[in-house]
Design a protein around this ligand. Structure first.
Ligand code: PAF
Length: 297
């Protein structure tokens, strides 16, 4: 695997791969790689792509300077993992390479609608930072396909809309969330947890599944969300948000929609149940995408 730090070096390798007729698969990351990231590399390799990963801790998407300062930077270990996963090129620019005119002078990309609420509500400006850096990275790497983890469901929705609205010629692929055996979604931020907190962290995924099972039986949105909240509180997690949204457009699912769906029966309703919670120094996020089947009785 080649490792490059500048745009000109990156472009030279991409040009060579293109001249050899290869498709480019891209996995943008902020490093501190875990099995979830490696599954994105695997997907790109399975598609037969010349696979490029990037590692860049993007200051534009951090609304909390302390969060940015302590974000783990583990480039050497990450490069070893990428090499073992058969990644062909690693682009690891520094902040000046990405924002040569300074962050305040950087043109921004803002995606309306899907970036509002959920993580966009808790982290103002976060998705403008993500959309801006992903646009720049897409223009630098010029991939045919780009791979993102489904754990960041709203991020994938923001990027899909951005790609569609701005006519970017990139196929955005969402890859299922990698989980530990106890259900905890893998995340670089799990490293902030003490071992005692780590044992309690799967409560987030349990809460999401409990909301789904409650909705399947009772169809009572308020009750289902309260049950999810109670599971988080019992495990000592502080709820940031728990919600039920339409999986396709991230619009909130209303109580009325659940009831009407049953009256009309017909098709299952595809929903996403996203959640975020604070535990110690970590803010955990997760989601499940599920079909609510119509009640036939
Ligand atoms: O998901 C991430 O790691 C980041 O938000 C991304 C997509 C690499 C942009 O900085």
């Amino acid at each position: 695997m080649n490792v490059v730090h500048t745009l000109s070096e990156l472009r030279a390798y991409i040009k060579e791969a293109r001249q050899q007729g290869q498709s480019i698969g891209f996995v943008p990351t902020m490093g501190n790689l875990h099995a979830g990231h490696i599954s994105l590399i695997d997907q790109s390799r399975q598609q037969g792509c010349f696979t490029v990963a990037s590692i860049f801790v993007n200051p534009l998407q951090f609304n909390d300077p302390d969060d940015l300062a302590r974000y783990p930077r583990t480039l050497d270990a990450d490069a070893e993992k990428l090499q073992a996963a058969d990644c062909q090129l690693l682009f690891a620019p520094d902040v000046d390479e990405m924002y040569p005119e300074g962050q305040d002078n950087q043109s921004r990309v803002s995606v309306p609608g899907v970036s509002e609420g959920l993580c966009g509500g808790s982290r103002p400006g976060h998705f403008d930072g993500v959309a801006t850096v992903v646009t720049k990275l897409f223009n630098m790497v010029q991939p045919d396909m780009a791979f993102f983890g489904q754990k960041d469901y709203q991020q994938v929705a923001v990027i899909r809309k951005m790609v569609a609205d701005l006519n970017m010629p990139v196929d955005v692929v969402s890859v299922p969330t990698a989980r530990a055996a106890d259900g905890l979604a893998l995340s670089s931020r799990n490293g902030y947890l003490t071992s005692e907190e780590r044992a309690r962290a799967p409560a987030l995924n349990r809460a999401l599944r409990a909301i789904f099972s409650s909705l399947q039986t009772s169809r009572n949105l308020e009750l289902a969300l309260a049950q999810g909240d109670a599971i988080l509180a019992d495990a000592g997690l502080e709820t940031d948000y728990l919600e039920v949204r339409h999986a396709d457009n991230l619009q909130p699912v209303l109580q009325k929609t659940l009831e009407q769906r049953d009256q009309n029966t017909g098709k299952p309703l595809e929903i996403v149940i996203p959640g975020a919670a604070f535990l110690g120094k970590a803010r955990l996020i997760d989601n499940i995408v599920v079909d609510l089947n119509p009640h036939n009785d």
